[in-house]
Design a protein around this ligand. Structure first.
Ligand SMILES: Nc1nc2c(ncn2[C@@H]2O[C@H](COP(=O)(O)OP(=O)(O)OP(=O)(O)O)[C@@H](O)[C@H]2O)c(=O)[nH]1
Ligand SMILES: [Mg+2]
Length: 296
């Protein structure tokens, strides 16, 4: 049975292994600073953060020295979120980052927990986007509120939330467009969706979740900062980690945005979503670096 780290960061691990064949094989008490720097660079941690992590550490670094430095990159997940019913999640992110697929994954996960879910197809920019979400709703047997292409996405958001309240569901998940005619259209649209959501149900959306494409590594940070400026982000989901060696970017993304990473996506199927746990992530990486293959 593979642990969290092996499942989520397979490609990243391959790259770390490829750096040096002897690494990750034997149990070691210390890792040389230069070698650690190389590992972090190769897995796409930003250089500024690497410097911060390694600052004032000795040349031979112990696990106990390194662990707190890695852990402090992450923000805690708020635990009182899920007391709201319905819990309204607004899913945002650029075109193709994996929003719609991630919504299907979340919906499927909630269903498995015995929760009731309703979807809102507020990406009205493209007809195909509405169809894609509808087809997931069909497959997962979940109700969905949608309208025609070109209709006001905040109208769909309002209807979805009201319908979720009337049906007494546990979760309403709202899809949004990743690209409009221009950037200022997109920001205005997102702001309006948030305003209208609050009119439909005071306090909604309860969680604004940014979906980032993991294959972009740390270059996703600038994009994320823009979304954060527009409407503020409460949590991040990083997708497509199955196809990238840039898993180390997680450290930089979490540290730069000061927002918790909620889940990671590791494939295209509904079950390919893993809850992110920073302690397990760091432990998994340290186990690989210090304990080597034989002990796992
Ligand atoms: N390998 C892999 N592919 C993924 C993952 N998440 C999403 N994808 C794929 O990425 C592509 C884009 O996903 P969508 O969910 O359509 O992305 P989107 O953000 O909704 O895109 P727009 O609606 O165009 O803005 C699809 O082919 C998905 O199957 C993942 O975790 N791993
Ligand atoms: Mg989409």
């Amino acid at each position: 049975m593979f642990g969290f780290f092996e499942r989520g960061f397979k490609k990243t691990l391959e790259v770390i292994k490829a750096l040096d064949k002897s690494l990750l094989v034997e149990t070691v008490n210390h890792i040389n600073k230069d070698r650690l720097e190389e590992i972090l660079i190769e897995s796409d941690v930003t250089y500024d953060l690497i410097e911060e992590i390694l600052l004032n550490l000795p040349n031979e670094i112990s696990r106990d020295d390194l662990e707190p430095r890695l852990l402090r990159c992450f923000s805690e997940i708020q635990t009182d979120w899920h007391h709201k019913k319905p819990f309204i999640q607004l899913i945002i992110g650029v075109n193709g980052s994996g929003k719609t697929t991630t919504i299907a994954k979340l919906a499927s996960k909630y269903r498995k927990q015995g929760k009731r879910v309703l979807l809102g197809a507020s990406d009205t920019f493209r007809a195909a986007a509405i169809e894609q979400l509808r087809s997931w709703a069909d497959r997962l047997d979940i109700p969905i509120i949608f309208s025609k292409q070109g209709h006001d996405p905040s109208g769909v958001t309002f209807d979805a939330i009201r319908s979720g309240v009337a049906r007494n569901v546990d979760y309403v998940i709202i899809d949004t467009a990743g690209r409009l005619h221009n950037q200022s259209n997109l920001s205005e649209e997102l702001k309006k969706i948030v305003r209208v959501a609050d009119k439909a149900l005071s306090g909604a959306p309860h969680q604004k979740v940014l979906v980032l494409d993991g294959t972009q590594g740390t270059s996703a940070i600038i994009q994320a900062e823009k979304f954060n400026e527009i409407i503020g982000i409460d949590g991040i989901i990083i997708t497509k980690l199955d196809g990238t060696a840039k898993g180390g970017a997680i450290f930089s993304i979490a540290e730069a945005l000061k927002v918790p990473i909620l889940y990671i996506g590791i494939g295209e199927k509904p079950e390919d979503l893993i809850e992110f746990n920073s302690k397990e992530f760091v432990k998994g990486l340290l186990d690989k670096l210090y304990k080597g293959e034989q002990k796992i």
